[in-house]
Ligand binder design. Structure first.
Ligand code: NAD
Length: 261
């Protein structure tokens, strides 16, 4: 229980990878502020589940990561309700695909706000108290698309490359302190965000769901297996441990070999 007494914010943790990370950190004893959208009763249920399974305190914020004032409010709420913020996981993210000349300006703005600017706003709100206590962990969920590109994902690829950049700057600015900042770069993980892309592919190419899943993996991920939220959670957990104290500004791939090609 190496995170007992610590408090973690995990943005976008009502689903997918964020939920996996919230469980992994709570599993090491951290109290957790859950954030994200969804059905109120379902969110209430998953917060109770995290609290009961791991014996930790759980708070919930419905802050919209596209709104800087709400992001500041979320950090203030975690500090007020859970006592402090030691760990910040910037995970909330959305996707939209279209060629650059057809990409809706409104989708560009939303993806840059949620997938990129939100991390800046959350870090600037949470970092002062981490610096004060000389301990903190910032984990940014980037993507294989933070390191390489694909067609039709101009906003997502720009935002995720930006996340890798923010990660390096914050790591350098905190390099002589007990605060570290790193990025995790997942390949395909089977979450609602990816299921939408599988459904679109199946419809476009008239494939069965299984054929579409295999086509998606086959194009990018040499292992031909999805990474899992639990695997991403396990790496986030390690980055929060003392063993990772000198991992700084790194972008760590969990991508089945995607970016080794
Ligand atoms: P998901 O759709 O399952 O979960 C996204 C979460 O973000 C949900 O909790 C949702 O409510 C929340 N969210 C969305 N918009 C929000 C907003 N405006 N304010 C607050 N919360 C908001 O997606 P996922 O696949 O778990 O993705 C999580 C992160 O991992 C994203 O940053 C994504 O880019 C990244 N990622 C995913 C994959 C993958 O294959 N699934 C690969 C690489 C990176």
């Amino acid at each position: 229980m190496c995170l007992k007494g610590k408090v973690a914010i995990v943005t976008g943790s009502t689903s997918g990878i964020g939920l996996g990370i919230a469980h992994a950190l709570a599993g090491q004893g951290a109290d957790v502020l859950v954030n994200g959208f969804g059905d109120a009763a379902a969110i209430d249920g998953l917060c109770q589940d995290i609290a009961a399974r791991h014996g930790v305190k759980v708070a919930y914020s419905g802050a919209d990561m596209a709104q800087p004032a709400q992001i500041e409010g979320m950090v203030a709420q975690a500090t007020r309700e859970l006592g402090r913020v030691d760990i910040l996981v910037n995970n909330a993210g959305i996707q939209f695909t279209a060629p650059v000349h057809e990409f809706p300006v409104e989708r560009w703005d939303a993806i840059i706000a949620i997938n990129l600017s939100a991390a800046f706003h959350a870090i600037r709100a949470a970092l002062p108290q981490m610096r004060e206590r000389n301990w903190g962990r910032i984990v940014n969920i980037a993507s294989a698309h933070g390191l390489v590109a694909s067609v039709n994902k101009v906003a997502y690829v720009a935002a995720k490359h930006g996340i890798v950049g923010i990660t390096k700057v914050v790591a350098l600015e905190t390099a002589t302190s007990g605060v570290t900042c790193n990025a995790i770069c997942p390949g395909w993980v089977l979450t609602p965000l990816v299921q939408k892309q599988i459904d679109a592919l199946a419809e476009r190419e008239r494939l069965t769901p299984e054929e579409a899943r295999m086509r998606l993996l086959g194009e990018k991920q040499p292992s031909k297996e999805f990474a899992t939220p639990e695997q991403i959670g396990a790496l986030a957990q390690f980055l929060c441990s003392e063993g990772a104290a000198q991992i700084r500004g790194a972008s760590l791939s969990v991508d089945g070999g995607w970016t080794a090609q």
